[in-house]
Design a protein around this ligand. Sequence first.
Ligand SMILES: [Mn+2]
Length: 430
Amino acid sequence: MSELRISGDLVADENARRGDALRSDYEALGANLVRRGIDIEAVTAKVAQFFVAVPSWGVGTGGTRFARFPGIGEPRGIFDKLDDCGVIQQLTRATPAVSLHIPWDKADPKELKAKAQALGLSFDAMNSNTFSDTPDQKHSYKFGSLSHVDAAVRAQAVEHNIECIEIGEAIGSRALTVWVGDGSNFPGQSNFTRSFERYLASMGDIYKALPDNWRIFSEHKMYEPAFYSSVVQDWGTNYLIASTLGEKAFCLVDLGHHAPNTNIEMIVARLIQFGKLGGFHFNDSKYGDDDLDAGAIEPYRLFLVFNELVDAEHRGVKGFHPAHMIDQSHNVTDPIESLISSANEIRRAYAQALLVDRQALSGYQDDNDALMASETLKRAYRTDVEPILAEARRRAGGAIDPVATYRASGYRQKVGKERPAVKGGSGGIV
Ligand SMILES: [Mn+2]
């Protein structure tokens, strides 16, 4: 039975008010694209089939190292989180899967599956947590987990990751993203070689427990929570991990986990070329791992990343199916609105990248015509593809304007009454 939280009539009413304008904008864009030799229907069909997973932790209000300011109607547990994810999917039709974080989202797998099904959702990659301690935990992760000097701590962390796989198996997930906080705060605190050897050995133990139809993702991050060194600090180390472990191991690229000005799209191209791009944690940043909404700061960079993905799609790269996930923390916005907006921005970058004239670009590259090569990308990027995004949503039963429809639904106020606020703020970002 469907448990959708926003009335279908409201979505229909909101869409009816915007239908004429959308039709006219869509037709105008279609005519423009025809002149460029592009069939708008083919683009809209591709966009409609492009999905990005929502993180369960993203629907809660995040925080910074200074403080956390809770919002109204925050989800009290995984079932509330799924309700919120259901709203995002209902309005955007771009986010049919949810990524769970264990132990935060631990619950009876049968109940999880039933709830997801009622909301039209499924489960994407599982996420492990060996970067914080739980009250009933025997060994602390204060000084690391998979690379810890103590074998007992490493074994506990391996065991936790295997449990994540088991829960994932029961709810239909097919991938594990391994989260670690391992690293050091002082030069000399940890031996780079020894700690990476220990990390690889622990990952090898997890890999052995990975079912054949699963993938395992490692994520590089240059700093935080450790500030001097991270065990998986950059994409080179990430590539070494994935290639050492085997064919089911891939690199995850989190857009926020790079030094400012790093050419992320080039990292993406390299990982594609050597068959190790596992997927993305989409977000945006200005300085570090800011966890801002996708496309909020550097929309052109997001487009350039998608330009590489569409190029790979265009070339028919074998076994190319990166996982698309959002990893954000919302401190000053309603998380549902931010996730709606990010899902749309990610689809926007994809749609723009689909408009790149690849034949012309290739010709300009061969002719060393730098200016026209750049213009070819810019022309696609400058195209306002919003009518394509809105039409894809409308046809799939979503909202032409999802944020406006969400606000009109009063969902946040409603859940504010159902979910009493938790008193007292706490620090920390997820
Ligand atoms: Mn991430």
